[in-house]
Design a protein around this ligand. Structure first.
Ligand SMILES: Cc1ncc(COP(=O)(O)O)c(C=O)c1O
Length: 380
């Protein structure tokens, strides 16, 4: 009776939106992209207190001032950079921030560079708002090929979307790569959106390099972040953008039209997350590190499968040589009670890859990786 709009039809074909799963009892879920830890108690307590104090009405569309100030302090603490509350917009998670950026700056036919494999929400968002995603292949180790990016820039290119640490590849980009991209953005007058939602989940000696440290691109770089992954707060739906004050004023229009403002008590929980003790993040990262080593070791013991190291986030993105597509492999594994994500959900270059998430307990991971080995060994 009612037909959906052309706009929404544009994202209906994407593998991401088509994914439907029924999970049988006893299945091992290595497909989920969210922390399995509870939100730390002091964060829950701060939000509860805010509710009791009747901090339960609309707040500033830019975000609660105390939270924006806390973000500025965290940027100073973590990166030594000075930003003001005027440089911050609080969003309903990282995902709303992505849509706000696309809606604000893309006109029909405009192009945006995305990296393949990469986080598919970028291209869903670009397409939703009438833009055209232009896919830039990554290197074998899932790092940047800057020339490949340059080669794909046209007169219609408006912006670049990129995540570091990456979902799904777990690659973390260094200063040289981020710097190279910043140079491209300057030369071609592009907006550069760097998604740093996994910035505290790093392994071994790997260090995160934030885009906000490159002063030359202060007027065109947008740092996108979220409380979801760092503080195990996916359900709270709070993220933020750091950008030039003029860019923030541009962005607030669509954000306000969409949500007015972000959940008020949740924002007070986020103040506690940033200003409170950080040992909860260190404890979770220590646990992820153990799981990462477990999966790394288990993958080494499986034939016809290879993987670059996991540098950040909580994923592995191994390549398999079993002569089936990623989707077929994912279905085959699901039939055996092992749930992972198909590499092609993250772009054409994700073909012959699966994404394994280790955001589950050590016991479940042990069982899951054993089941995975058995299933892959038994495949022709
Ligand atoms: C790279 C990346 N960016 C952004 C998001 C969105 O997170 P949220 O909307 O919960 O902040 C995700 C979620 O998986 C992600 O992987």
């Amino acid at each position: 009776m009612f037909e959906i709009s052309e706009m929404v039809k544009r994202i209906q074909g994407s593998e991401r939106s088509q994914r439907k799963i029924t999970v049988p009892k006893g299945a091992i879920r290595m497909d989920r992209g969210e922390p399995d830890f509870p939100t730390p108690p002091h964060i829950q307590e701060a939000a509860t207190r805010a509710m009791r104090d009747n901090f339960t009405h609309y707040v500033d569309p830019y975000g609660d001032r105390e939270l924006r100030e806390a973000i500025c302090l965290s940027l100073k603490r973590d990166y030594g950079v000075v930003r003001n509350p005027e440089n911050i917009l609080i969003s309903a998670g990282g995902i709303e921030a992505i849509h706000v950026i696309s809606a604000t700056y893309l006109n029909p036919g405009d192009e945006a560079l995305v990296f393949d494999p990469g986080y598919s929400a970028y291209w869903d968002s670009i397409v939703l708002f009438g833009g055209k995603p232009v896919f830039v292949p990554l290197t074998d180790r899932f790092h940047l090929d800057l020339q490949a990016a340059r080669d794909r820039i046209s007169k219609r290119t408006k912006m670049i979307f990129l995540a570091s640490p990456s979902n799904p590849t777990a690659a973390v980009l260094g200063e040289e790569e981020i710097g190279g991209l910043a140079k491209i953005a300057l030369e071609h007058d592009l907006l550069l959106v760097i998604d740093e939602v996994y910035h505290r989940l790093l392994y071994g000696e790997i260090e995160h390099f934030s885009i906000c440290r490159i002063g030359e691109v202060k007027d065109r770089a947008i740092l996108l972040n979220s409380f979801s992954k760092t503080y195990a707060m996916t359900g709270w739906r709070v993220g933020y953008l750091v950008a030039d004050a003029k860019v923030i004023r541009d962005l607030v229009g669509f954000h306000k039209a969409l949500v007015i403002c972000v959940n008020a008590p949740a924002q007070k929980g986020c103040v506690a997350a940033l200003m409170g003790p950080q040992d909860c993040v260190e404890d979770m990262t220590a646990e992820y590190t153990k799981r990462m080593r477990l999966v790394e070791k288990a993958l080494k013991g499986i034939e016809r499968i290879s993987t670059p190291p996991c540098e950040g986030a909580f994923y592995f993105f191994p390549r398999f040589q079993h002569g089936v597509t990623s989707r077929e492999m994912t279905n085959y594994l699901a039939d055996r009670g092992i749930f992972v994500r198909s590499g092609t959900e993250f772009g054409g270059n994700g073909q012959h890859h699966i994404r394994i998430s280790f955001a589950i307990s050590i016991e479940k991971l042990e069982e899951g990786m054993e089941m995975l080995k058995k299933a892959l060994d038994e495949m022709d």
